[in-house]
Design a binder for this molecule. Structure first.
Ligand SMILES: NC(=O)c1ccc[n+]([C@@H]2O[C@H](COP(=O)([O-])OP(=O)(O)OC[C@H]3O[C@@H](n4cnc5c(N)ncnc54)[C@H](O)[C@@H]3O)[C@@H](O)[C@H]2O)c1
Length: 249
């Protein structure tokens, strides 16, 4: 399958986990991938993987919560490749805090990266996607759909991403741009290793939000993201797809 031949796709969070897996998959399907992340080391590894397989990719270090950096990143992508067909917004952070003790700056940082960062990327790419009749795939989460204990900040950010994506979908449908979400659950990644839990974390509650089939590697997300970004999903917009091994079934 070469669904992205002659197409340029920007992937944020491409330095690790689901973003990396999506970048590798889209490059394998012929896309030129503009890889964006706050981690230069992560980006270098992703671009090396893609180019070693004969694909085309460029690394761009950027903090997605920084408006100036996001504007410069999108401008640099379009200057480099001339157009933009899809945005895959996977950059994100997760932390757990007791809601009756969460520090305001901790809450605000999660919102800034996960929600504001997603909005900034969408805002900057939308004029380019209108030109190519392209699409957006945003990372929401099962945390946007059901309670995540000690996850007030993260859940709020992902609920915001879900609602914002539906809004973009209806606002831009007549201009030919689609916008959808994936809602991953229980995917092995940088985010899910080495989590710092609050001291009295209730792990029985955490078990309730774990998948029925066991955790899966990030590659299980890549095909779903590529499908949503491609013309195979031409009649899908404003949708969210759970990829969680049946957690919320
Ligand atoms: N892993 C899961 O089970 C799971 C579940 C639900 C949702 N998600 C979402 O999927 C997306 C991908 O997560 P992942 O599991 O691959 O985690 P990950 O930690 O492996 O990847 C996240 C990437 O985002 C980058 N990043 C963090 N802050 C950034 C910033 N300010 N600017 C630019 N890049 C930044 C990190 O450097 C990292 O490379 C995230 O939005 C996450 O919330 C993951």
């Amino acid at each position: 399958m070469q669904r992205f031949s002659n197409r340029v796709v920007m992937v944020t969070g491409a330095g690790s986990g689901i973003g990396r897996a999506a970048a590798v998959r889209i490059a394998a399907e012929g896309g030129s991938v503009y890889c964006v992340d706050i981690s230069q080391a992560g980006l270098d590894e992703t671009v090396a993987t893609i180019t070693a397989a004969g694909g085309e990719a460029t690394a761009q270090c950027c903090d997605v919560s920084d408006e100036t950096q996001v504007k410069d990143t999108v401008a640099a992508c379009v200057a480099r490749y001339g157009s933009l067909y899809a945005l895959v917004n996977m950059a994100g952070i997760l932390r757990f805090d007791d809601t009756d003790a969460i520090a305001l700056d901790a809450f605000q940082r999660v919102i800034a990266v996960n929600l504001t960062g997603t909005l900034l990327l969408c805002r900057e790419v939308l004029p380019h996607l209108v030109e190519t009749r392209g699409s957006i795939v945003n990372a929401a989460s099962t945390a946007a759909l059901a309670g995540l204990p000690c996850g007030a900040a993260y859940s709020a950010s992902k609920g915001g991403v879900l609602a914002m994506t539906r809004s973009i979908a209806v606002e831009f449908a007549k201009r030919g741009v689609r916008a959808n979400c994936v809602c991953p659950g229980d995917i092995n990644s940088g985010m899910t290793t080495g989590i710092e839990w609050p001291p009295n974390m209730d792990f029985e509650l955490i078990a309730r939000i774990s998948s029925l089939t066991g955790p899966k590697d990030a590659e299980v997300m890549a095909g779903v993201i590529a499908m949503l970004a491609s013309e195979d999903a031409v009649h899908i917009t404003g949708e969210d797809i759970r990829v969680d091994g049946g957690t919320l079934s």
